[in-house]
Design a binder for this molecule. Sequence first.
Ligand code: NCD
Length: 328
Amino acid sequence: MLHVITTDIFDRERLDDLCHLTTVTRRIAREPDGLRFLQQLLPVRRAMLYFTQPSTRTFLSMNNACHILGVRTSEIRNPDVSSEFKGETFEDSIRTFAAYVDMIIMRTPQPGYAARAADLMDDMDRRVPVINAGSGKDQHPTQALLDIYTLERSFRDSGGIEGKTIAMMGDLKRGRTVRSLCRLLRHYKDIHIVFIAAPGFEMEPDILAYLDDHEISYEQSDRLDDYLTSLDAIYVTRMQTEHDTSGESARVDLSGYSIGQSQIDRMKPDAVILHPLPRGAEIHPEIDDDPRAAYWRQERNGLWIRVALIASVLEASEQILSAQAKFL
Ligand code: NCD
């Protein structure tokens, strides 16, 4: 694996392998000796975190995932302090980063920029891997990986993701996490997706066509109430207000698209509630301590799957797998 730009590089076998590597890695990391082992895996490698769009979890988990593996990091989070401010082109900036580091992890408000960076690297002698940490409204592949891992772990006693009914609710039109997750879910048999959105915020036709092409069953609704009792999982997202052109998010009455005590009371006892975070009013903190609320576990899973992903990209995964017997 060189670049991680879209979810398309993952088939079911790769997903299973990555989930397994993640579980092995976090088990190794339970003990100080294991953490020291991970730390010495890639100490001569350096990564650039280029995040020109706000980020808390993705940035911190990528940064800390690098540190867990001994990879040193440098960062640009604000284009005003880089030469882009002086008019340097995006391509020239990426070329410059690649001169100094062994991996570029990037998030941009524009779609397609991570792919442009990867294409540029493919034309160079020193091909530095690029990881997409969110590109505009389009893709967020590493979030989808941690979402799959969280679903798999949550369903480990009930046969895994296959056969489950999974809802996605919120700003489906402009949320990149749900788009990427749909693309990975096609690798799981007999699933049914329920898209629940306020009028005007429905899932985009390109993803619906993708699901049709892969014969994934789905339906669309604007009524959460009709589905609460039958869902195995619900993936809730916030309104993506940063993409508003005329305050359209504020006009949505979120009361029909949020989960609090009265909604969770009607859900299955082993249902799973996910959210990529940050949350707004769509998930009430009163349900945070319910075992079905999986979003804080999901956030933590994001760290470990990124450790496993970076280890795979920088070719340290075999070392982790062969060391497991020593630590487990
Ligand atoms: C998401 C993102 O930035 O796309 N958050 C995240 O990566 N944890 C979702 C969001 O901001 O709504």
